[in-house]
Ligand binder design. Structure first.
Ligand SMILES: [Fe+2]
Ligand SMILES: [Fe+2]
Length: 329
């Protein structure tokens, strides 16, 4: 952050006089937006820049302070690695349901895109979720005999020209954990295995993130990205590492490690995307904050459901309430 700020300040102080005078406020813009203001790109006026910074303050205090971003109690508990087997299974089942339902929301995001560019950006995510690896010069080959190692999968580049591997589907990484802790295929992934809390989250993703109102979708997307970059992936990784250490198990945690790396990178782009959108499009600020919060309430429902479940399973030995049986798919 400091490096970024120094970079911004340097750019500001070397800019034209009109921009130098406002350096203190403009320093909060990303270098990309600041450069666009300096270049006088269409829409990138000082007035709009100031309006954006006022909006940014509102986002900070009315959206990004949501409890699911600032204080995720379940993730903090998980990080200690003290879960019993039933609690761990319950977590993997709910995460697998969310992971699959996310595909549905993402497909809707593709379909509801307003521009070809937006459609392609959403397809990048969908195709990668399904198993198309990102194609980037310098990415090492990651396909190996007997599987695919997410620890060595790239998080940058494009699915354009990328290779498909069944084993690179994110769901299969989760399944790799699930089968090691005694879960059967019909017990994971399916909607019927989701708790009401997980299904509420999934349905909110579909309604807001994957909905056909572009502005609502943008707000939900911004909220989801900020949640994803809020640090819970690291807490989950830490929890798995400690669990493995304590129990002498070797549960593969590539799913979580890979997503942590990916989201750190997304976080860098999210702010730029919001700015780009704001400078080029009139944006209903109240609605953005309202729908962003609705999305985060849905996210919070998911974690609250996990918390409720882990409390209910605190005394369980190794039994998980049996998920309803179903056909193998
Ligand atoms: Fe994923
Ligand atoms: Fe992301």
């Amino acid at each position: 952050m400091d490096r970024l700020r120094r970079f911004v300040e340097k750019r500001v102080t070397t800019g034209p006089a009109s921009i130098r005078t406002t350096d203190a406020e403009l320093a909060r813009l990303t270098p990309a937006a600041l450069q666009a203001v300096r270049d006088g790109r269409a829409g990138y006026t000082l007035t709009r820049a100031r309006a954006f910074l006022r909006f940014q303050s509102r986002i900070d205090s009315e959206l990004l302070n949501h409890r699911v971003i600032s204080a995720n109690g379940y993730a903090a508990w998980f990080s200690h690695g003290e879960q019993n087997e039933a609690q761990l299974r319950a977590f993997v089942v709910q995460f697998s349901v969310f992971s699959n339902q996310f595909l549905v929301a993402q497909l809707n995001k593709v379909i509801n895109a307003d521009t070809l560019e937006g459609m392609r950006a959403s397809k990048e995510i969908l195709a990668n979720e399904l198993g198309v690896t990102f194609n980037k010069a310098g990415n090492a080959a990651v396909s190996r005999a007997g599987g695919y190692d997410p620890d060595h999968a790239g998080t940058e580049g494009s699915v354009q020209g990328g290779l498909f591997h069944f084993e690179a589907g994110h769901f299969e990484w989760l399944w790799g954990i699930a089968k090691r802790i005694g879960l059967e295929f019909p017990q994971v992934g399916h909607r019927r295995n989701g708790t009401p809390a997980t299904l509420r989250f999934s349905d909110e993703l579909l309604r807001l993130y994957g909905g056909d109102n572009y502005e609502i979708s943008q707000a939900a997307s911004f909220a989801v990205e900020n949640w994803a970059a809020a640090g819970f992936w690291k807490q989950l990784i830490e929890g798995f590492r400690r669990y493995n250490e304590k129990r002498g198990t070797h549960l593969p945690i590539g799913f979580f490690v890979w997503h942590d790396r990916l989201e750190a990178q997304h976080a860098r782009h999210t702010q730029e995307e919001l700015e780009e959108y704001y400078f080029q499009t009139p944006l209903a600020e109240d609605a953005f904050i309202r729908y962003g919060n609705e999305m985060l309430d849905g996210v919070a429902a998911f974690w609250d459901g996990l918390e409720e479940q882990r409390l209910a399973l605190a005394d369980a030995k190794s039994s998980l309430p049996s998920p309803r049986p179903g056909p193998i798919s």
